[in-house]
Design a protein around this ligand. Structure first.
Ligand code: CA
Length: 228
């Protein structure tokens, strides 16, 4: 998987590059929006990590340019300020995620993996996550080589979490994904279905409960470091 880092600050770009390379990514760097546009026009990348603060056109202008050109390249925005306005603007322009400086290298690598996985799932209808192999189109789940049977509603839980892997999915959103007009669902029922799916995944991947917010599907490895 190849990542383009767009950052003019050499120290930050070095650190980010080293961290992502250590996490197994191939990494290239561009010091400006112009250099990034040139690289993206000629080479294939799986993700761009773009700093908002760049000389000339800034990171948000670069995202706008990419999306205007029809690119669906996953984009993670780095920002020096925890400014809500910047985040809202970045998402409006079509960025997929953002991270505020300073951040942990492990956190950046995990976000990058999640974004690339999500893009792959949307493009190809299937994805591997930890020991799971999820085929959304065929509605099949394998753990290693072993097929796992899910009921229709259990499948809807897994599908919704997988399409948003690494991101928090609210209980209300799961409820909407699983309910239909003739088969309404209570929040308690959502919890029951999540527990059933969690049990079926075993140690292959982890459905974390984020108190008060919802659930998040993580690779077993990524989840274990933060929540032993
Ligand atoms: Ca910068």
């Amino acid at each position: 998987m190849r990542i383009l880092i767009v950052e003019d600050d050499e120290l930050v770009a070095d650190a980010v590059g080293r961290g992502l390379a250590a996490a197994g990514f191939a990494v290239d760097r561009a010091p400006s929006a112009e250099a990034a546009s040139a690289a993206l026009a000629t080479e294939h990348f799986d993700l761009a990590v773009i700093d908002v603060g760049l000389p000339g056109a800034d990171g948000l202008a670069l995202v706008r340019r990419l999306r205007d050109a029809g690119s669906s390249l996953p984009v993670l925005i780095l920002t020096a300020r925890d400014a809500l306005a910047v985040k809202v603007q970045a998402l409006d322009l079509g960025a997929d995620d953002f991270l505020m400086k300073p951040f942990e290298q492990a956190e950046l690598a995990a976000r990058c993996r999640a974004l690339i996985r999500r893009a792959h799932l949307k493009a190809h209808g299937e994805v591997s996550l930890g020991g799971l192999h999820i085929d959304v189109g065929g509605r099949r789940l394998r753990i290693g080589d072993a097929p796992v049977e899910l009921t229709a509603r259990e499948w809807l839980v897994l599908e919704c979490l997988a399409l948003n892997s690494g991101r928090i999915v609210t209980k209300e959103r799961l409820q909407e994904a699983m309910a239909s007009w003739d088969r309404p669902l209570t929040p308690n029922a959502v919890e029951v279905y999540v527990s059933r799916v969690r049990a079926k995944l075993g140690a292959a991947a982890i459905i974390r409960t984020v108190r008060g917010l919802g659930y998040r599907l993580d690779e077993a490895q990524a989840a274990s470091g933060r929540h032993p």
